[in-house]
Design a protein around this ligand. Structure first.
Ligand SMILES: C[S@@+](CC[C@H](N)C(=O)[O-])C[C@H]1O[C@@H](n2cnc3c(N)ncnc32)[C@H](O)[C@@H]1O
Length: 368
């Protein structure tokens, strides 16, 4: 029987090998904190069945680079322990040092808070679901973590009592950043937040810039479950959340990339489509196992799907103009030198619910 400590050592080695962990203090945190303590009531396995701690393969599943869904309501995941490589990338982007004051929005299982605490940060973490907070408290206790301040509440309000913060890190997908996060930041601080874009929630670094306006720099592609409350408020010009299954394609334009773009380059192209066209989202064509990047038509029942090999498929009543537009966007991405996700910047504007506004991406440009 392989011990938890040994499993963690192998887990950290694997995350380091694939480049997800580059900093020694982050490796040490992943090696020190037992992930299983935060999923003691089990999680939903890949096949849909609940995996409990007494199940064969429980620890193997805990120490894989996979999201562990810990709460499902009406068929939808409403809490989880995020994918470890994404947690590592975000913790590294926070640039923590001993004493860094961090507010986390989306406590979930408490595992990420425990990892940040193991990096020396002073962590306040908030979650909107009472039962999730109770389980996170039990997880933190079981892991012997006593210095995380765990609060129940809507993260839209931040947590003024624990501020000011050097960092706000959001581990749930939002439509825009809450103004109070910026208000609760110490000078020089920033917010790291997954903001809805083109059917995903890529991570952005958000901060006030010199003239008092708010700017965002894209950090990495990511997928998160959407937040509850005003953080997910709809606004005019937002990308569609994703489509239902699209109808069978009625036209197809030939492949352009041989070999096809790898997953990272495909994300780069997809992100650029989102910056240039607000109809960009995720769509699932009929019979396909995985969806892809699509421009959705106004009725949301057709448009054009663009695949990693550059094939453009058009469907629905406006298949031809949408396919034309998609091909033009591929041309533009190529002519722009294939910009990567982290090369994008945005100016943010207040939008969403006027009573509880959020900062949403408005004007995109490439870093110079
Ligand atoms: C992906 S999980 C967070 C993972 C977590 N950081 C961990 O280490 O396990 C997202 C969490 O965000 C919470 N959440 C959703 N909307 C929220 C809101 N408006 N304010 C605070 N938490 C929210 C959910 O209840 C859920 O537990």
């Amino acid at each position: 029987m392989v011990s938890s400590v040994e499993r963690r050592r192998r887990f950290v080695d694997a995350l380091c090998r694939e480049g997800a962990i580059t900093r020694p203090e982050v490796a040490a945190a992943f090696a020190a904190v037992p992930r299983e303590a935060f999923v003691s009531e089990g999680f939903q396995g890949r096949e849909g069945a609940w995996v409990t701690p007494d199940a064969e393969g429980f620890l193997d599943a805990v120490y894989t680079n996979d999201v562990l869904v810990t709460k499902v309501v009406g068929g939808r995941a409403t809490s989880s322990s995020s994918q470890p490589s994404l947690m590592a990338a975000m913790i590294e982007a926070l640039d923590l040092s001993p004493g860094t004051r961090v507010l986390e929005v989306g406590a979930g299982t408490g595992y990420n808070a425990a990892l940040m605490s193991a990096c020396g940060a002073q962590v306040t973490t908030v979650d909107v679901q009472p039962d999730v907070v109770e389980r996170a408290a039990a997880g933190l206790r079981a892991a012997g973590v006593s210095d995380v301040d765990l609060q129940l509440g809507d993260g839209y309000a931040g947590c003024p009592a624990g501020g000011p913060y050097d960092r706000v890190v959001v581990t749930v997908g939002v439509a825009g950043a809450a103004p109070r996060w910026l208000d609760q930041l110490a000078p020089g601080g920033f917010v790291l937040v997954p903001v809805r874009h083109a059917g995903h929630h890529p991570v952005f670094r958000v901060a006030r810039v010199g003239d008092g306006s708010v700017g965002a720099a894209a950090v990495c592609p990511a997928g998160f479950m959407p937040a509850a409350g005003p953080l997910s408020a709809p606004y005019l010009g937002a990308h569609p959340l994703g489509s239902g299954p699209l109808p069978e394609p009625v036209l197809s334009r030939p492949a352009r990339f041989d070999p096809p773009l790898d997953a990272f380059r495909y994300q780069d192209m997809w992100f650029a489509f989102g910056a240039w066209d607000a109809r960009t989202t995720y769509a699932q064509p009929p019979g396909a196992v995985h969806g892809g990047c699509a421009l959705l038509d106004e009725a949301g029942t057709g448009g054009a799907t663009i695949w990693p090999d550059g094939t453009v498929e058009g469907s629905g009543p406006h298949a031809e103009p949408y396919a034309e537009r998609a091909s033009a966007l591929v041309d533009r991405w190529l002519a722009s030198g294939r910009p990567t996700v982290p090369s994008w910047r945005a100016r943010l504007a207040l939008d969403g619910d006027p009573a509880q506004p959020i900062w949403v991406p408005r004007e995109w440009h490439l870093a110079t």
